[in-house]
Design a protein around this ligand. Structure first.
Ligand code: G1P
Length: 257
């Protein structure tokens, strides 16, 4: 977006939440992404020779952030299928899922907010937010009972319901803290909406064996998978940017005249 690829915002959110092992499920045409999190010696040498040490440090911090592994999803068979691809690498531990198209700006990283709820209830937690009825059919939607401020126990959930059939206006946003028993549920999940194996349906199966919670998180979410959402995210992150923000604000004001 402003000075880094969108996926880096997601990786940085994980790191700021104390997660240092990241698995990226990737596919055809995305190999540039794998290079991005490596140390680029060629680029560092050029930058250093030109005295651009700040840029060297910025490039280093990307690769120092975390240990990134990659697994490929050979066919686009759905989000549930993508998560299942990571089962071996995740192993027998709780883990977080971040859909990087959902960019979240918040005081406490969204994943950290979910981890706090996970630790309190010892159960999987999904991020949710209220969305207007005419947009609800683009999301997974929960039917839930409030149990604390902004925390809900999920009764049921459905992927991309018709607006008239949505159980509530609480839509799932791409942040989850899950437990490894989700993998068994996903193995038993048949293709659903869009003929894809849906994570929502896997979690629905998991509900039969354990409680699952939802957190209405604090923060602003941008749908960077949508053109207008991407533009809004870029402009707002640019306005907040340490070194560009002020100048960009002045520029936008001039434009508005
Ligand atoms: C995915 C999930 C959906 C969730 C959404 C959030 O859908 O399947 O449950 O509400 O992300 O962005 P997608 O946007 O990939 O269609």
């Amino acid at each position: 977006m402003v000075d880094k690829p969108i996926i880096q915002y997601g990786v940085e959110e994980a790191v700021r939440s104390g997660i240092h092992n990241v698995i990226i499920v990737t596919g055809r045409g995305k190999s540039a992404l794998e290079d991005h999190f490596d140390i680029s010696y060629e680029m560092e040498t050029v930058l250093s020779s030109r005295g651009k040490t700040a840029l060297v440090a910025a490039s280093r911090s990307v690769s120092d952030l975390t240990d990134v592994s990659y697994i490929r999803q050979k066919e686009a068979l759905g989000l549930g299928h993508a998560v299942l691809r990571a089962a071996e690498l995740v192993g027998p531990e709780p883990f977080a899922v971040i859909l990087p198209d959902d960019v979240i700006y918040s005081q406490t990283p969204c994943i950290q907010q979910l981890i706090d709820v996970y630790e309190k209830y010892d159960a999987p937690v999904l991020a949710v937010m209220e969305v207007p009825n005419d947009k609800i059919s683009a999301y997974g939607v929960v039917d839930a009972e409030q149990v604390a401020e902004n925390v809900y126990r999920i009764r049921d959930l459905v992927e991309k319901p018709k607006a008239s059939e949505a159980p509530s206006n609480l839509a799932i946003i791409g942040r989850y803290v899950l437990t490894p028993d989700i993998f068994d549920s996903l193995r038993q999940t048949a293709p659903g909406a869009g003929s894809e194996i849906q994570l929502t349906d896997g979690i629905r199966h998991l509900l039969k064996s354990r409680p699952v919670y939802a957190l209405k998180f604090e923060g602003t979410r941008y749908d960077a998978g949508d053109k207008l959402g991407f533009l809004k995210a870029t402009v707002e992150f640019a306005l907040r940017h340490e070194t560009l923000g002020e100048e960009f604000r002045v520029y936008l004001k001039e434009l508005a005249l």
